[in-house]
Design a protein around this ligand. Structure first.
Ligand SMILES: [Zn+2]
Length: 321
């Protein structure tokens, strides 16, 4: 089923024009001057949180314990910044408000390197477990602390664990009311913990009762009647690299659309403290940590990336009123 009738994915002509993927000036066939096979610029995104913030650990790591656990988010994020700098790309960093409050210098370093800083909420709470007022308080606090830290407006939001699902679509209106311009929280797949399987797969403008919001879904490929995830996170670590490369090429070449790739700083950290969790969580969280940064370097050499705001042309002046 499609989302509730209050959701419209009508795109007005102006917004559609502004949501066209940005192409570079390099001709696709000109392999002599460009190592990239296709000119589509994809979006690179990082959810800036520590290894103990992961939703699958909610049952064993209380919020009260966060301050006392070894934090590794600064070192891991700095390694990502270094990889991005060496590859000459900019990204969007969805920063947890808690991280911005505890490590403001990290967030200022991200911004100073030219990356977009956006919001991952404050306390990493699954939206569908919150009341609308609790969610409003959380995203307002996150936006304030990040904007105070970098001195620039925050345009984008990504929910912890892609937790905008059919029952929490009300969150989109709150994001608009709290001044967010785009959301990147909907994964159009079947999954045990998130997903709206029939949601439109590419960036589009939603007309909600509270106004307009650009929705930038997590990337998938369409195979038959199924959407399959291709761009990031556990799918990047657990599946062969060739799957991601094939999927991104397919979206770029056949659909002529950008993908939105995502990962977390803890995903390039094989030395993070191991938490005692069940087998499924252990496989999802700890598999492939040692190979992810090498894979990322390869990915950055094979595809073009930029921040969400740049790759999808989401700018304050580019948003329909
Ligand atoms: Zn997260």
């Amino acid at each position: 089923m499609m989302p509730a009738p209050t959701v419209s994915d009508k795109v007005d002509g102006e917004a559609r024009a502004r949501l066209k993927p940005r192409a570079t000036s390099v001709a696709p066939a000109d392999s002599r001057t460009s190592p990239f096979p296709h000119p589509i610029v994809n979006a690179m995104t990082v959810d800036v949180e520590d290894y103990f913030h992961v939703s699958a650990f909610d049952g064993i790591v209380s919020r009260a314990a966060w301050e006392s656990l070894e934090s590794r988010v600064c070192g891991n994020t700095e390694r990502l910044l270094d990889l991005f700098e060496r590859s000459g790309i900019r990204a969007t960093f969805f920063v947890l408000g808690w991280v911005a409050n505890r490590f403001p210098d990290l967030v200022r370093t991200i911004a100073a390197a030219g990356h977009e800083v956006a919001s991952h909420g404050y306390h990493h709470q699954l939206l569908y477990l919150l009341t609308p007022q609790q969610f409003r308080d959380d995203v307002r606090a996150a936006k304030h602390v990040i904007e105070d830290t970098i001195g620039k407006p925050v345009l984008g939001f990504r929910a912890p664990s892609y937790s905008i699902i059919e029952s929490s679509l009300w969150a989109l209106d709150i994001l608009i009311e709290e001044g967010y311009r785009y959301d990147a929280s909907i994964f159009p797949i079947h999954h045990d913990r998130y997903g709206i399987p029939d949601f439109p797969r590419h960036a589009h403008t939603l007309q909600r009762s509270a106004g307009a919001l650009i929705e930038i879904p997590a990337s998938t490929i369409r195979l038959g009647r199924l959407n399959l995830p291709v761009a990031g996170g556990g799918y990047f670590r657990l599946f062969p690299y060739a799957w991601t490369r094939w999927g991104i090429r397919r979206v770029n070449r056949i659909e002529r659309k950008p993908v939105v790739f995502y990962l977390h700083p803890w995903e390039i950290d094989p030395n993070q403290p191991r938490l005692r969790v069940g087998l499924a969580t252990r496989l999802r969280h700890y598999t492939g940590l040692g190979r992810t940064s090498q894979r990322l370097v390869r990915l950055l050499s094979e595809f073009r990336f930029d921040s969400v705001a740049s790759a999808l042309d989401v700018a304050p002046e580019g948003i329909p009123g």
